[in-house]
Design a protein around this ligand. Structure first.
Ligand SMILES: NC(=O)c1ccc[n+]([C@@H]2O[C@H](COP(=O)([O-])OP(=O)(O)OC[C@H]3O[C@@H](n4cnc5c(N)ncnc54)[C@H](O)[C@@H]3O)[C@@H](O)[C@H]2O)c1
Length: 591
């Protein structure tokens, strides 16, 4: 097959256009750049020369390659030059009327077979296409910034776009070394559509003072492996830009979760637009700087000191309990591993020994450290022996009746002043607390799986938790080298309340046939730098577990947009639970 689009016009050579022009010329294509006027054209050329010179300095490009690609780019200010192109890529500012006028003009100038592509992020491609007499040859081509490193390209079709034209643009993207995904015409397309709804919830969570900006950001980085926390990312994107994208999404979806959080409007109105203005959710050294500076905390009250913790009890014998015991023992704390029978406790300790052995084999732990950790763990078959420990972590089945029964039992056994912690991920901590006669001593300590590897612990205080109990758990986390974040006792805490609505949105996108499983996963990995796509993650977490969390979140907040996607319910009903059953969103058995 011949190379698609040997000559491409790029209209608008700002941040995106200049990057796209370089990528095209690098693939050996002739590029006709068009700017708004002669001064802008000169500036655009400077930009292209400077960015390619930097690429040579950094070893990303050979000097010879640079000379060859620069020779392929011409820049002027006469739109008529676009008539010679096989494809026109528009990258002018995000303004519907500007883009529509430009497309009407291009439609008059270019031969009927020329394909016209818009670089819009959140405007309607259909409305831009409607300004021309060739809507079948108009589509969206959404690159990501910076173009030279970001591999994702969303190829956006309207209902009128000729599929062949879209396929040729996808082919062009592959030829540029990019990964094209197919999307329909909806504000935000795939990646931003999923990303911005989540960013908006994070902004709202901050605004409601549920957690601090640092804790929200740390929770998502450490709990989900995301490259940046949501509030830091909003500052990078620009609060004004984020608001514009969300407004466009809300106008189309009517989903309240897309209505920009009021805090975004307040920050924008105050000129606090993020990094570019030196302050947004965080304050930066200077406008344009990426270095956040510490500010005096609004809550400068001295914290209560924690209680002393010299010995710990962990209740349970499953994955979480065993992992949590490992965390404490490796940090040098004596642990009683309490299960329902001595046999179960012994088995859990054997499991722990295997885990430590794997660490030794991988060179992460010395044989001596393994022996020392194991020597600190005593398996016990009855909770009676927990009488003298300073802190108990409960990690038994995720069932409120079972947990309440255990807390009532612990209340009768454990010495006064001991801290009682639950590692529940979806049940109310306060319901565990009220099963005891000492609700002030009960707190949530939500570890992530696998506990030895995951750095995050959500420390959940109920309305009854004593300050020194929260402080005890925060101090303990520091001692065992975990990163604690503090939050209140509501469904999902920080991480799940932000993660699962996003996963649910992805399922809804699939259910509406907006994009495929593979394209959605690719868009989030390449467009947002996520370690896994939403469907990969759902299959790992388990569809049944995910459905339960989504139901709990919907039950708590009653937000219509949080209702679990019917497709997820259907898959669970059909027994497709993810990797554990061999089939979820993907068929793992056949791989
Ligand atoms: N910046 C991003 O991160 C990003 C990412 C993906 C997509 N986009 C989208 O890409 C498009 C371009 O955004 P940008 O960030 O590159 O903007 P920008 O402001 O950096 O560049 C726009 C360029 O268009 C030129 N221009 C304005 N009117 C023109 C006209 N009539 N004819 C020719 N040139 C004209 C301007 O002089 C400027 O150089 C927008 O639709 C934006 O939403 C931006």
């Amino acid at each position: 097959m011949e190379r698609p689009f040997p000559t491409v016009a790029v209209v608008g050579l700002g941040t995106m256009g200049a990057g796209v022009a370089v990528a095209l010329a690098r693939s050996g294509r002739r590029v006709i750049g068009v700017e708004a006027g002669p001064t802008q054209a000169l500036r655009a050329l400077d930009r292209i020369e400077a960015s390619t010179a930097r690429a040579v300095e950094r070893g990303r490009l050979e000097a010879g390659e640079r000379a060859a690609l620069l020779a392929l780019i011409e820049v002027g200010d006469d739109l008529a030059a676009a008539a010679q192109a096989d494809l026109v890529v528009e990258e002018v500012p995000e303004d519907l009327e500007l883009k529509r006028a430009l497309f009407a003009e291009l439609d008059r100038i270019c031969p009927p077979e020329t394909v016209l592509a818009t670089g819009t992020t959140a405007l309607s491609v259909t409305r831009i296409a409607a300004a021309t007499a060739r809507p079948e040859r108009v589509l969206g081509v959404h690159f990501f910034n910076p173009v030279h490193t970001m591999r994702l390209v969303e190829v956006v079709r309207t209902v009128l776009t000729d599929p062949q034209a879209a396929e040729r643009v996808a082919e062009l993207a592959r030829d540029l070394g990019k990964e094209p995904v197919a999307a329909g015409d909806r504000a935000g397309f795939i990646a931003n559509g999923l990303l911005f709804a989540y960013l908006n919830q994070a902004a709202a969570m901050f605004e409601s003072r549920y957690a601090t900006r640092e804790d929200i950001d740390a929770a998502m980085r450490l709990g989900c492996g995301l490259p940046m926390g949501p509030l830091a990312l909003l500052d990078l994107i620009g609060i004004d830009t984020a608001r514009t994208v969300l407004e466009a999404m809300y106008a189309q979806s009517g989903d309240r979760l897309h209505a920009p959080a009021p805090i975004l409007g307040q920050l924008a109105a105050a000129g606090l637009l993020g990094r570019k203005s030196g302050r947004g959710f965080y304050a930066y050294e200077a406008p344009g700087s990426s270095k956040a500076v510490a500010e005096g905390s609004a809550d400068a009250r001295p914290r209560a000191a924690g209680r002393e913790v010299r010995s710990i009890g962990v209740c349970g014998s499953g994955t979480m309990a065993t992992g949590i015991v490992e965390v404490f023992a490796k940090a040098g704390l004596p642990v009683l591993l309490a299960a329902r029978s001595q046999e179960k406790a012994e088995r859990a300790k054997a499991q722990l020994a295997r885990s430590l052995e794997r660490s030794v084999a991988k060179g992460r732990l010395s044989g001596q450290a393994r022996d020392a950790a194991l020597a600190l763990v005593t398996p016990i078959g009855s909770y009676r022996d927990l009488a003298e420990v300073d802190l108990v972590v409960e990690a038994v089945a995720e069932d409120l009746a079972v947990k309440r029964e255990l807390f009532a039992a612990l209340d009768g056994i454990v010495k006064p002043g001991a801290v009682l912690a639950t590692t529940t991920s979806s049940l109310p901590v306060v319901s565990c607390a009220t099963a005891t006669s000492r609700p002030r001593d009960v707190v949530g300590m939500h570890f992530f799986n696998p506990a030895p590897a995951m750095k995050l612990v959500e420390v959940v205080s109920t309305v009854l938790t004593a300050e020194d109990v929260t402080a005890t758990v925060l101090e303990l986390c520091a001692k065992v080298r975990k990163h604690p974040v503090e939050c209140g006792d509501r469904a999902g805490f920080i991480v799940n309340a932000l993660l699962f609505p996003y996963l649910n949105d992805a399922v809804r996108m699939l259910q509406e046939h907006y994009a495929t499983v593979d394209d959605i996963d690719t868009a989030m990995k390449l467009g947002c730098g996520y370690p896994m796509g939403p469907f990969e993650l759902l299959d790992v977490v388990g569809l049944d577990v995910s459905l339960t969390i989504e139901q709990v979140l919907h039950q708590e907040f009653r937000e219509p947009g949080l209702a679990a996607a019917p497709l997820l319910e259907h898959l669970v009903a059909a027994g497709c639970l993810g990797r554990k059953t061999g089939r979820g969103f993907r068929d793992h058995a056949r791989r």
